[in-house]
Design a protein around this ligand. Structure first.
Ligand SMILES: CC(C)(COP(=O)(O)OP(=O)(O)OC[C@H]1O[C@@H](n2cnc3c(N)ncnc32)[C@H](O)[C@@H]1OP(=O)(O)O)[C@@H](O)C(=O)NCCC(=O)NCCS
Length: 376
């Protein structure tokens, strides 16, 4: 009988991939071989998408054409907009996104075509439209008119414009772009695995991405950023950090934004985001979040030996940009879309159905009892 793999598949390698690598001991993350510590401060989200899909950073002309192609696809088809505005009850933004992504295929001219070219077009279609879904739904559910995309703005700046109704400052644009780059891809995490399992049945890209969004939603995965912010808001002040952390750990509570299956040191994405958060804070009229977050990170490390992950510093950074916590996980999804789609396309390229085993530990050899003879 086969050995049962470690619980949670810890340490199990389930595929060969040329997209992303992680050195969890040293805290290094590379997209297509390039260290994110070099990439994130210099590239835009569009360049990162190009790198993940085509395995090369784009030259200037390639980037201009690529940006234009993405920008022209941002608007939503009326049928998806009508669906978003006609939910009988108000779903949470992440639920609305999951449902809308599933519905997007109905209007995609490439849906039903499973060639590599068509799948790349689907990846672009999804990447262009996810921010529009998030911004439109948020404004609509808060009784505000939607703000249509501006094709002159970059991918990150356009999202902030559609959400807030005014273009961001250069610093805000850079901070948000960097956060999106850092959330774009992360090897065989739970949502990527879910997407690859769905793709391995030769189901379509939309089904794979819908699986991924449902998986990202959980608090042990992408849902942690909103919870980390709620915790920082609850703590509120540096003077309350020690007491909060001590009580949480004594009560065996999970501290959101800390710990990681792979990283045994600070998550390298958290390092870059921490720098950006503190730079933004230094320029703000009421600096607050950098000091508080650093204090929480030091205290959690001192008391439990846990390091902060991407969610811990992305949370106050997004909050400082005026983004409501309900949108943190949808923003994670609209950033991760380029990684998910790259992974799905890689799965299709060399596919074999992912179908592991389980070991049966239930009762054996039970007789069938007719309903007349069963007792409660
Ligand atoms: C990410 C995470 C799910 C990884 O978990 P994992 O590799 O399965 O590790 P485990 O859940 O087995 O935890 C191992 C130990 O560390 C503790 N631990 C891990 N993360 C913790 C956290 N954030 N707060 C408190 N304790 C934590 C566990 O309680 C456990 O301790 P124990 O051995 O005394 O019971 C986990 O660190 C976590 O829940 N973090 C909070 C959620 C989060 O930030 N998720 C985003 C990840 S990018």
């Amino acid at each position: 009988m086969s050995e049962v793999a470690s619980k949670g598949l810890e340490g199990v390698v389930i595929a060969e991939s040329a997209i992303c690598s992680i050195d969890g001991q040293k805290g290094i993350l590379r997209y297509r071989g390039i260290d994110i510590a070099d990439l994130a401060p210099h590239t835009t989200y569009e360049e990162t998408a190009y790198l993940l899909w085509f395995d090369e950073l784009p030259a200037r002309k390639q980037l201009d054409e690529f940006r234009a192609r993405l920008a022209e696809q941002r608007e939503l088809h009326d049928s998806v907009w009508n669906m978003l505005t006609s939910f009988p009850c108000w779903p949470q933004p992440m639920e609305a996104l999951r449902t809308a992504v599933s519905a997007l295929s109905s209007c995609d001219p490439n849906a039903g075509d499973e060639t590599p070219e068509a799948n790349l077009n689907k990846a672009m279609y999804l990447t262009a439209k996810l921010p529009t879904i998030v911004a439109y739904y948020w404004r609509h559910s808060n009784g505000r008119e939607r703000v249509h995309p501006d094709p002159q703005l970059g991918h990150a700046a356009n999202f902030l414009y559609m959400l807030r109704g005014e273009p961001p400052s250069p610093l805000e644009e850079r901070a948000f772009d960097m956060a999106m780059v850092l959330m774009a891809e992360h090897e065989m995490n739970a949502s990527t695995f879910a997407a690859r399992v769905t793709a391995s049945t030769l189901s379509d890209m939309y089904s794979a991405i819908t699986s991924a969004i449902g998986t990202l939603k959980g608090p042990l995965h992408g849902g942690a950023n909103a919870r980390a912010m709620e915790m920082l808001l609850e703590i509120g002040d540096v003077g309350r950090v020690e007491g909060y952390v001590t009580e949480a750990l004594a009560g065996k509570k999970r501290i959101m934004g800390f710990g990681h299956r792979i990283y045994k040191t600070t998550d390298p994405r958290a390092v870059v985001l921490r720098g950006m958060l503190c730079e933004m804070d230094a320029q703000s009229e009421n600096p607050h979040w950098c000091n508080l977050a650093l204090n929480v990170a030091e205290t959690v490390h001192a008391k439990k030996g846990l390091y902060p992950n991407v969610d811990f510093f992305s949370a106050p950074l997004l909050y400082s940009l005026g983004i409501p916590t309900e949108l943190f996980t949808p923003i994670f999804a609209m950033s991760r879309i380029v990684g998910w789609t790259a992974q799905v396309m890689e799965q299709y390229k060399d596919n074999r159905l992912i179908r592991p085993l389980s070991r049966y530990v239930g009762r054996e050899d039970r007789p069938y009892v007719p309903i007349e003879e069963r007792h409660e």
